[in-house]
Design a protein around this ligand. Structure first.
Ligand SMILES: NC(=O)c1ccc[n+]([C@@H]2O[C@H](COP(=O)([O-])OP(=O)(O)OC[C@H]3O[C@@H](n4cnc5c(N)ncnc54)[C@H](OP(=O)(O)O)[C@@H]3O)[C@@H](O)[C@H]2O)c1
Length: 362
């Protein structure tokens, strides 16, 4: 079985195809900064009358706590009210509300989950989109490396805290993990030292390490809930967003980004490879497409973020736990051996329970 979409479809077309499924749903999306995939996802779906979209963001203070951010004088990013302005400019009646959430803090995840659980709504779909990559080793207040805390430990705890209400009255919620094919850049999860206690070994592998758990978590959620939760992983492809803020030009090129010169020509990066403070507008572009077409720069909403498929495609009902590739296909072969299998799923679950300091029963 495969989905009926491919990379040539636009996000607008796909959202139209799912219009009936979007209508009336309550969806929580993490990582809502303008210029990133989460904001784009929301901009696309609000045109189809969801009941409510909750978009999470960090505050200035949250961001300031991150050492990597402090040391990055060149990065630029937007604030949540700017995201909302852009969404409402497009769809004035968009039913959106913001939720402050710092996934790297267990305390803040608990506070935010309490806040959401007190809303008079039930979340149908949870999209774990927020993520960070390539930043220097930074320990969170809980002692975890920032990347693992943001990309896995916080989402694990948030899922645990939101699921009881999401599953009430026999509902089958959907959970989408925005993972990454970068998980294949390593041969195994760092089981012997996942928190990088050997700090001198910290490096670019920290991002692949932090994405492996998503591939183990999604099928484990389906299995442990006896099919009462549907969870999917997606890899969005290589997309030019603020995620690249920590990557040096040579790292970007190694990972398949167009040359810095080409990005510079478009005014997207300065000649030294830094993202400008105030780009003109913001850019969502699938770099895989960009390379294929030479200079095809689709408009923001032309980009198809495959989380749309994972969140709304009813065909996927028969394939809970599946991985959706950047080509928009169900693609178990795109998940590395070191990120699948019952033993590893259970091992990761137990480890994650240890990190959040409590059992996660379904
Ligand atoms: N772009 C790609 O090529 C690519 C490829 C594969 C997978 N992905 C995945 O796609 C997802 C979206 O990334 P993107 O490309 O859209 O990057 P992005 O533009 O950097 O967006 C990431 C979002 O995550 C938020 N975030 C970061 N740390 C957080 C924390 N501690 N707590 C809460 N929110 C936090 C960011 O907020 P701030 O603005 O406050 O930092 C931002 O809203 C990520 O999971 C990423 O790993 C992206």
């Amino acid at each position: 079985m495969s989905t009926t979409f491919d990379q040539k479809c636009t996000g607008i077309e796909v959202a139209e195809a799912f219009s009936k499924e979007i209508r009336g749903k309550t969806i929580l999306v993490t990582g809502g900064t303008l210029g990133g995939l989460g904001a784009e996802f929301v901009k696309t779906i609000v045109k189809h009358s969801p009941k409510l979209v909750i978009l999470t963001a960090r505050t200035k203070a949250n961001r300031a706590q991150t050492r990597g951010y402090r040391s990055m004088v060149t990065f630029f990013t937007y604030w949540i009210d700017e995201t909302f302005d852009a969404i409402r400019q497009d769809t004035p009646e968009a039913p959106v509300r913001s939720l402050i959430l710092d996934l790297s803090s267990l305390k803040d995840v608990r506070r935010a989950a309490d806040e959401v659980n007190a809303y008079g709504v039930t979340i149908d779909i949870l999209v774990h989109n927020a993520g960070v990559a390539g930043c220097p080793l930074d320990r969170t207040e809980d002692g975890f490396p920032l990347v693992l805390a943001t990309n896995h430990i916080g989402p694990f705890l948030l899922t645990k805290l939101l699921l009881p209400k999401m599953r009430a009255e026999g509902r089958i919620p959907r959970i989408v993990f925005v993972a990454s094919s970068a998980h294949k850049f390593v041969d195994t999860f760092r089981w012997d030292d996942p928190l990088y206690l050997k700090e001198d070994e910290y490096g670019p592998a920290s991002y692949p390490d932090s994405k492996i758990p998503s591939y183990l978590f999604a099928p484990a959620l389906v299995r442990r809930s006896g099919g009462g939760v549907h969870a999917y992983t997606v890899c969005p492809g290589i997309v030019y967003t603020q995620l690249q803020r920590y990557l040096a030009p040579e790292q970007k090129q190694k990972m398949g980004y167009p040359s810095v010169v080409r990005l510079h020509e478009r005014g997207w990066e300065s000649q030294d490879g830094n993202i400008p403070h105030r780009p003109r507008g913001y850019h969502i572009v699938c770099i895989e497409d960009l390379d294929n077409t030479g200079c095809g720069f689709p408009a923001e909403s032309d980009y198809l973020f495959n989380a749309l498929i994972a969140a709304f495609d009813l065909q996927l009902f028969d394939a809970p736990g599946a991985h959706i590739s950047s080509a928009c296909k169900i693609a178990p072969e795109d998940v590395a051996e070191h990120a699948k299998g019952l033993d590893l799923e259970e091992r990761m679950w137990a480890l994650s329970e240890g990190w959040i300091g409590g059992k996660f029963e379904l």
